[in-house]
Design a protein around this ligand. Structure first.
Ligand SMILES: Cc1cc2nc3c(=O)[nH]c(=O)nc-3n(C[C@H](O)[C@H](O)[C@H](O)COP(=O)(O)OP(=O)(O)OC[C@H]3O[C@@H](n4cnc5c(N)ncnc54)[C@H](O)[C@@H]3O)c2cc1C
Length: 425
């Protein structure tokens, strides 16, 4: 026992816990440091929406959903969707494939999976130091923690994996407090921004009051002049939800990067909403041409196109009360409703975080080049992906890669390898 190598895992989310599992299996005496009273809180929160673990699409298509495909592909290949499904099954949670290829645990919840996982980690001898907050680096590579009573102490381990998460939903633990510490240590961190976040729309009071909480079903969303190509980008199609302050939902999240760029460039952004993505302008024009003389605009749109009241009023919010009477012009409008966006929802309401430890700071094993022996994993690295299982999958994959690197490092004491970005970007 005494001569087992030691590993510190900092952060008890999925990236940290899978790293703990791998290192414990590799013979390390592992301690997980977590500043909350319990681990896996965001994982449990994700479980409230069904816990979309990963996705079944072909690997090339899967990888294409990440913003930094080049460096992410080999990491995902190391521990990919099939590995994650097998891991879940090994914990007693078989997975099933839901709509559009998304993968969920059979129970559709995170609690049974986390419970079984923590039991397994316990059997592997992993020690949990909860209510321990990482404060930074101490002397000679030590990591400094504040314990439950606030007193600080240093820990030196043979290998350390940090998986402190991003900055969304800070009340479940990941509050981005590590960013300033990393920056003080000279490590570049790309600023943390909301990802998979809703957009803010300046609704009229009447619209917000009447329609907040209602979905606008089966739409396709694009930004500004970009064409909606629903066949190529299935993620921009689906239902969006009206909220009191804007719009939420997968299709909105999917164009988040473009929305952010437009907002940064000009302070505003126009979302183009296609209310009938399965029909062409010509087909809609033909249907709209059959208007009965007494039909109001609302009745006309509802009878001819089957639009719900919320969708009809969304058009009015976008372009005003006077709508075209010409079937062709109305069909064009239905295909491209120009909705003005005034901002993104704040990061504490976002599903995930863009930005993080800059890729140039990492080597191919996810070791910090300025802090040899410290590896990073999960959402704290600068990568971004839409919802659909891509976030958890990358958190697991990077956790496995960092653990493998940490194991190799502590046994071999090798030099940092090339930067992650040397090959791929
Ligand atoms: C509402 C919601 C639903 C989601 N649903 C899905 C989904 O269905 N599918 C999907 O793929 N993804 C989903 N996600 C995203 C997914 O949960 C995250 O991508 C994932 O949890 C990131 O894992 P992580 O281990 O990198 O970070 P986290 O899970 O955030 O874990 C980081 C851990 O580090 C701890 N920590 C932070 N700072 C310190 C410190 N200084 N000292 C000690 N400990 C610290 C935190 O308390 C936390 O436990 C969802 C997210 C949200 C908010």
């Amino acid at each position: 026992m005494a001569d087992r190598p030691t590993a510190s895992i900092v952060g008890g989310g999925p990236a940290g816990l899978i790293a703990a599992e791998k290192l414990a299996r590799d013979g390390f005496a592992v301690t997980v440091f977590e500043h909350k009273p319990s681990v896996g809180r965001k994982f449990l929160l994700a479980g409230r929406g069904g816990l979309n673990l990963t996705h079944t699409e072909p690997f090339d298509e899967f990888v294409a959903h990440y913003d930094a495909t080049g460096w992410m592909a080999p990491l995902l290949a190391t521990f990919g969707p099939d590995d994650l499904r097998a891991w879940s099954a090994g914990l007693g949670e078989d997975t099933f494939v839901g709509s559009s290829g998304r993968v969920f645990p059979a129970s559709f919840r995170a609690t049974p999976l986390l419970r079984a996982w923590l039991r397994r980690l316990d059997e592997l001898g992993v020690v949990f130091a909860t209510r321990h907050r990482w404060r930074g680096w101490g002397d000679e590579g030590a990591h400094r923690f504040a314990g439950p009573d606030g007193s600080e102490f240093d820990v030196v381990a043979d290998a350390t994996v940090m998986a402190l998460g991003g900055a969304s939903w800070p009340r479940v633990g990941s509050d981005g407090g590590w960013v300033s510490v990393f920056e003080s240590a000279g490590i570049t961190v790309t600023s943390l921004r909301p990802a998979n976040a809703g957009v803010v729309v300046d609704w009229s009071a009447a619209f917000a009051e009447r329609f907040a909480g209602q979905p606008v079903k089966n739409v396709a969303v694009s930004v500004g002049g970009a064409a909606v190509d629903g066949d190529e980008r299935s993620d921009v199609r689906g239902d969006v939800m009206v909220t009191t302050s804007g719009l939420e939902g997968g299709p909105v999240y999917a164009v988040g990067r473009e929305v952010r760029a437009e907002l940064d460039a000009s302070g505003g952004c126009t979302l183009m909403i296609d209310l009938h993505p399965d029909q062409t302008v010509e087909q809609l024009t033909e249907r709209l041409a059959k208007r009965r003389p007494k039909d109001s605009v609302t009745t006309w749109l509802r009878r001819s196109l089957g639009l719900h009241l919320v969708a009809v009023n969304l058009i009015r919010e976008a372009v005003g009360a006077r709508l075209p009477a010409d079937p062709g012009r109305m069909a064009e409008l239905v295909k491209r409703v120009p909705l003005s966006i005034v901002g993104s929802m704040p990061i504490d309401r976002a599903i995930s975080t863009a930005g993080g430890v800059a890729l140039d700071e990492l080597d191919g094993d996810l070791m910090l080049r300025r802090r040899p022996g410290t590896f990073v994993a999960g959402e704290m690295i600068d990568w971004e992906a839409p919802t659909g299982g891509y976030l958890l999958q990358a958190s697991f994959s990077t956790g496995v890669v960092a653990a493998r690197g940490a194991s190799k490092w502590s046994r071999g004491g090798r030099e940092p390898s090339r930067s992650l970005t040397d090959d791929d970007r």
